[in-house]
Design a protein around this ligand. Structure first.
Ligand code: G6P
Length: 483
């Protein structure tokens, strides 16, 4: 461990940068953890590695992870941050992660509840909530153990909304930042939560010195909630940022859009495994224009309406039949939740229906693939003519930035105005209301019809803007905000 505590940066997140599996001989093998939050933090840390020393605390998510946690093995791979996995009892973890983080907080911030029926906060919710509190307390205890005067602590996401306050109680002088990678709900929707829980979450986050968001809209909504729910004194600054004065402390609220390290991503996109997939996908397209989407199958990603829009395009603009192929990569996510399983089934049903309705002997209009394959996703972005990113609501949505960076010919981006990325790169995209299937079909038509030079110009502008916001800048801004 470092001798200079001010160089030490602690990162805390539910999912960590590594996950373990048991090999056949019972030994543990490590691989990199996935997801936008993890890759953003990892890439930011790698870029500032010579200025700081890092320890990353995360949850042991599987039995193999728990075994690694018990062995107390910290170091992962050369060059990577050491990781300490917390061995949280699996029942407690499941209640906190599935019961609260994914089924309540995710739904609130993405405005996803089917409100005539859900949510219903009863005894089961209260049991899950007590686990969520214990899970956050376990993180606060572990962080307090690692923290000395001057240490900076970066706590990630809605899984750990209570941890800043709990750590503050244990280490009053700690320098704490919380970063929320999702949107934030406006007060009227946020207040679906039971009153005491609505207070506890805001109060938990306000234990931090700095609360960061990906877009001005999400930061502004957080400030609105602090004012409406807590009665806190709120000062609003430019672009959604501001300050909250509450319980004798001030929390700075900052807006830090996350971009992409364009140079590193392009280099990865030129690797042989990606080129092999690009050749195979191009052969499949057979000279037809390619509409690509790459998502985890999450309720917020709006894959169902995306497919409906493609169907409407083929119905209302029959000239595209036989001249276009839609590659939809929809990777599995959170299959522990019934809503996600049902949603995935609907995606499959719709895809099968589109092929049954429009396929001809020499043309299949849609390829839906659910096998998570990073190299193939990069390949699809490389050769896409149109990229469809139509979430109902999304913190940022990095694919919208990665696609144009990787694109060889320049792709047209059809982008939901409800994605945080719209604030950063929306000027060069075809913006849509994600609920409007007809408008999405029309935007797909406009994107397919866009002259090649215009596509190239727009993709280059998006790539430049996204690269200017590389993760190193995103992370440095947050560290600087802690002084
Ligand atoms: C998305 C969100 C992140 C979140 C992650 C969790 O990527 O944008 O804010 O941390 O989901 O995913 P998980 O698979 O760990 O539930």
């Amino acid at each position: 461990m470092t001798n200079d505590p001010s160089r030490l940066v602690l990162v805390a997140s539910n999912r960590g940068p590594v996950s373990f599996a048991f090999a056949e001989d019972g030994s543990l093998t490590a691989s990199r953890g996935g997801g936008g939050m993890v890759s953003g933090v990892m890439s930011g840390l790698a870029a500032i590695a010579c200025d700081v020393e890092v320890l990353w605390l995360c949850t042991a998510l599987s039995d193999a992870d728990r075994e690694a946690a018990r062995r107390g093995d910290r170091v992962v791979e050369p060059g990577d941050a050491p990781v300490r996995m917390l061995d949280i009892p699996s029942d407690m973890f499941s209640a906190a992660y599935n019961g609260i983080a994914n089924s309540v907080l995710w739904f609130v911030h993405h405005l996803l509840f089917d409100t005539p029926n859900q949510p219903r906060f009863g005894p089961e919710f209260r049991r899950d909530w007590s686990c969520y509190m214990a899970y956050n307390a376990a993180f606060a205890d572990a962080l307090a153990q690692e923290c000395t005067a001057g240490t900076r602590v970066l706590i990630q996401d809605y899984h750990l909304a209570l941890a800043p306050r709990l750590l503050r109680e244990r280490r009053p002088s700690a320098r704490i930042a919380h970063f929320e990678h999702t949107p934030w709900a406006p007060p009227d929707y946020y207040r679906l939560l039971p009153d005491d829980i609505a207070v506890a979450i805001l109060d938990g986050m306000l234990g931090a010195d700095h609360a960061g968001f990906l877009a001005g809209r999400w930061a502004a909504a957080f400030l609105d909630c602090c004012e409406a729910v807590l009665g806190a004194r709120v000062t609003r600054g430019a672009g959604g940022a501001g300050q909250v004065r509450y319980r004798g402390r001030t929390t700075e609220v900052g807006v830090h859009p996350l971009g992409v390290d364009g140079t590193a991503l392009r280099a990865r996109g030129r690797q042989p495994d990606v080129s092999m997939h690009a050749d195979a996908l191009a052969a499949m397209a057979h000279g037809r224009q390619l509409i690509v989407r790459v998502d985890r199958t999450e309720l917020s990603k709006n894959i169902v309406r995306g497919l409906a829009a493609y169907r409407e395009l083929l119905l209302t603009r029959p000239g595209w039949r036989g001249r276009v192929l839609h590659l939809a990569f929809a990777y599995p996510s959170r299959s522990e939740l019934a809503e996600y399983r049902e949603y995935t089934a609907r995606v499959h049903e719709l895809a099968t229906g589109i092929n049954a309705e429009f396929a001809t002997p020499d043309w299949e209009p849609l390829v839906l693939d659910v096998k998570d394959d990073y190299a193939r996703s990069l390949a699809a972005c490389r050769i896409a003519d149109v990229l469809l990113v139509n979430p109902l609501r999304d913190g940022m949505n990095l694919v919208a930035e990665e696609g144009p960076i990787l694109s060889e010919r320049g792709c047209a981006l059809v982008l939901s105005r409800e994605a945080g990325a719209a604030a950063l790169i929306g000027d060069e995209a075809l913006l849509i209301n994600p609920y409007d299937v007809t408008a999405t079909a029309e935007a797909l038509h406009a994107a397919l019809s866009m002259p090649a030079a215009e596509r190239r110009r727009r993709a280059a502008m998006i790539a430049a803007t996204a690269s200017g916001r590389a993760p190193a800048r995103w992370l440095t801004e947050q560290l600087d905000a802690l002084g």
